[in-house]
Ligand binder design. Structure first.
Ligand code: ISE
Length: 347
């Protein structure tokens, strides 16, 4: 630890925030966890007490304003992101905000505009797939040109289980949003239209929850993207992406743990591997690289990775996606003009 270490506060210490707090303490160089905040103060107190020199601050906005905090990881629920990111912008603090950036296009756009007005990029959005070594390699291979033009992407996104409070719209806004970012990242262009369809729901989903869902994105350049999101698949966390190009295909996440085993039991001989239980395991390396990149950039006075515009564009697609889920019809994505919004702040 040195005096120049980036002093980090974490807002929201549920599953993801607690994971990031532990990451900052144990696996990230050049950073120091100094504070945590959560409406569940007992949970925040307990987490703070498990590390040396970490304070639990009751009010998240007080954590942002705290002079001892240089930069903030926002891992709270999406409906409080707008005020928390705005507070970071007001105090000139770097923010790594988990997805979704906010709950709807209008509020996400307000954040993009507020950041642009401040004249200094401060926000990175937590789309971690961009930092996953396999997704990064898939992108680099396609960009090399050896496969010709990319025509199609097929995404698979399965969670073992979600709480009953995770409703149909959240499958779009909180889960599919990752595949929205993957499509924009891989193609390097915007999504112009989305269709979200739900068929017969699994019998193990909560009453009224439309799970699984299949979506189709039309990219600005004419490419097509299909995504299956199935959040009660029961097996484990399976996330992969297959790109189909003119002269070949590339798959990321095929065998994500890399473990292959054989076993002899009473049924005979079996072969197989392990499906990771959840995103913290599957994307552990991606999260490490994401947070390290954020820390390094913040210490240099820069922002890397997915921007507030990327967060806004993804929210705009999901806003259209939620409308499509309700009607079953394709919905055009209503996106502001990037050059007009960002002016000289485009990056
Ligand atoms: C969760 O919020 C995530 O971001 C996970 O990556 C995703 O797989 C899950 O479906 C979401 O609920």
């Amino acid at each position: 630890m040195s005096v120049q270490d980036l002093r980090i506060g974490v807002i929201g210490v549920g599953m993801m925030g607690a994971d990031h707090a532990e990451r900052v303490v144990n696996r990230v160089a050049g950073a120091r966890l100094v504070a945590v905040a959560d409406p569940d103060t007992a949970r925040a107190d307990q987490l703070a007490a498990s590390f040396d020199g970490v304070r639990s601050i009751g009010d998240p906005l007080a954590l942002v304003a705290d002079p001892e905090v240089d930069a903030v990881i926002i891992a709270s629920p999406g409906f409080v992101h707008e005020e928390q990111v705005l507070a970071c912008l007001e105090h000139g603090k770097y923010a790594l905000c988990e997805k979704p950036l906010t709950m709807d296009s209008e509020s996400s756009l307000r954040l993009v505009e507020a950041e642009a007005k401040g004249g200094r990029p401060l926000v990175q959005v937590g789309f971690m797939r961009r930092f996953d070594p396999e997704y990064a390699q898939l992108k680099a291979m396609l960009d090399s040109g050896q496969f010709g033009r990319t025509l199609l992407l097929h995404n698979t996104h399965r969670n073992a289980t979600v709480p009953d409070t995770f409703r149909s719209e959240m499958i779009v806004r909180d889960s599919l949003v990752h595949e929205v970012d993957v499509a924009r990242f891989v193609f390097g262009e915007e999504i112009v239209e989305i269709t979200v369809l739900a068929g017969t729901p699994t019998g193990v989903a909560a009453e009224g929850v439309l799970d699984p869902q299949v979506s189709l994105f039309r990219m600005a350049g004419g490419g097509l993207v299909t995504s299956e999101v199935f959040v009660n698949c029961r097996v484990g966390y399976e996330v992969r992406c297959e790109a189909v190009a003119e002269r070949g295909t590339v798959v990321a996440g095929q065998n994500s743990t890399g473990i292959y085993s054989t076993v002899a039991d009473e049924r005979g001989g079996y072969w197989g591997g392990q499906v990771p239980p959840d995103f913290r395991v599957r994307f552990a390396r991606a999260y490490d690289l994401e947070v390290q990149a954020w820390v390094d950039a913040s210490r240099r006075g820069e922002v890397v990775g997915p921007t507030s515009w990327d967060g806004y564009a993804a929210t705009a697609v999901c806003t259209a996606g939620m409308e499509s889920l309700a009607t079953g019809l394709p919905v055009k994505v209503d996106l502001a003009d990037r050059a007009t919004v960002l002016g000289g702040a485009a990056r």
